[in-house]
Design a protein around this ligand. Structure first.
Ligand code: NAD
Ligand code: UDP
Length: 337
């Protein structure tokens, strides 16, 4: 198939790209490196021995995206490009709405012009907001509590309305839980710029000695050890979920929402323990106050994706940590050493 992958140089997109190339697809990657590095794409070329097309462009540049689509003529778009930092989204809402929402509208317009009728969208469990019940299933109310989550919910609505106007169209809205881990080769992985916001990259910085200790944000939650609980999913399982969604869209019309998670929650201290086991390094930490806006715990009910996509996350937390450690041992400072 001919696939346009936006955000293909980023953390999630790069792992999807490897899967697509291994399956022999023709891929056009669109990325402006707002939060990634060209070196990632070099690693992927070396790792897979495959080539792909690349357009360095902002998805907000509608004429450029339309021109690229009219030449490449994708059968499907996998749309991962976007801004994703919750705290930043609260401070720069218009930038987030422009990149995420306007960028997505541009893509849909370019798809229309090129006759492309299928899209897979990177959504997030953040759209659910404060849990009314757990595990979250896809019927849980959508009530995002921050700007980032609202951009995701808006794009879901826009794609749903777009699909509704033509019976030939189809879309999979994939709500990711907490992707962690790296490719098992250690050649690609998460490479956040600056101080990591997320738990696992921060722990990895501590284990490599780049940072002195982890701050554990609260140990007085109503969870089994008092620390926050999340549904961590291996990045390769997440990437495989996109391949499964692509196959699903091949013979289904309309829009479907799928949770991509494991269904299991792990606490901050359980992740620290797993990382210590994987790396054989100390991971010192200090208990600090709760982080503003944090939810005590959430995890997925992935039954719909298991049943309808024939997909299941199989990799353990230990495997996630071992793969992060391999990536960070090879490339302690990420792609741009
Ligand atoms: P990432 O920042 O590593 O990747 C996003 C990619 O999009 C980057 O390569 C970046 O350069 C590119 N990009 C950003 N703005 C762009 C623009 N205007 N034009 C072209 N390219 C642009 O993030 P990620 O973790 O790989 O996330 C991918 C998608 O998945 C995002 O849409 C994110 O919101 C969503 N998501 C991520 C998580 C997570 O925890 N990582 C969870 C749920 C959903
Ligand atoms: N966390 C932490 N220290 C950190 C980063 C995160 O204790 O430096 C906790 C956070 O409070 C939450 C869990 O780890 O309970 C996962 O946080 P992350 O930011 O990775 O994911 P999100 O909260 O966005 O689901």
């Amino acid at each position: 198939m001919r696939i346009c992958l936006t955000g293909g140089a980023g953390y999630i997109g790069s792992h999807i790209l490897v899967g697509l190339l291994e399956d022999g697809h023709d891929v056009l990657v669109v990325d402006n490196f707002a939060n990634s590095s060209p070196t990632c794409l070099q690693h992927i070329r070396q790792l897979t021995g495959k080539s792909f097309e690349f357009l360095e462009e902002d998805i907000c540049n509608q004429p450029a995206i339309s021109a690229a689509f009219s030449t490449f003529r994708p059968d499907i778009v996998i749309h991962c490009a976007g801004l994703k930092a919750v705290g930043e989204s609260q401070k720069q809402p218009l930038r987030y709405y422009r990149t995420n929402v306007e960028g997505s509208i541009n893509l849909l317009e370019a798809m229309d012009q090129a006759g492309c009728q299928r899209i897979i969208f990177s959504s997030s469990a953040t759209v659910y907001g404060t849990p009314r019940y757990l595990p979250y299933d896809e019927a849980h109310p959508v009530a995002p509590a921050n700007v980032y989550g609202r951009t995701k919910a808006m794009i879901e609505d826009i794609i749903t309305d777009w699909v509704a106007t033509d019976p030939g169209r189809s879309a999979a809205l994939l709500r990711y839980f907490n992707p962690v881990g790296a490719h098992e080769s250690g050649e690609i992985g998460e490479d956040p710029k600056g101080i990591p916001n997320n738990l696992v990259p921060y722990i990895a910085d501590v284990a490599t000695g780049m940072r002195a200790e982890l701050s554990v944000f609260g140990n007085d939650y109503e969870t089994r050890d008092g620390t926050g609980v999340r549904d961590y999913i291996h990045i390769t399982d997440l990437a495989d979920g996109h391949i499964a969604a692509m196959a699903y869209l091949g013979d289904h019309q309309g829009v479907e929402v799928f949770n991509l998670g494991t269904g299991e929650g792990s606490s901050v201290l359980e992740v620290v323990a797993a990382f210590r086991r994987a790396s054989n390094q100390p991971v010192p930490y200090e208990i600090k106050p709760r982080r503003d806006g944090d939810i005590a715990e959430f995890f997925a009910n992935p039954a719909k994706a298991n049943d309808r996509l024939g997909w299941q996350a199989t990799r353990t937390l230990d495997a996630m940590c071992a793969d992060v450690w391999r990536w960070r041992s090879k490339y302690p400072r990420g792609f741009d050493v």
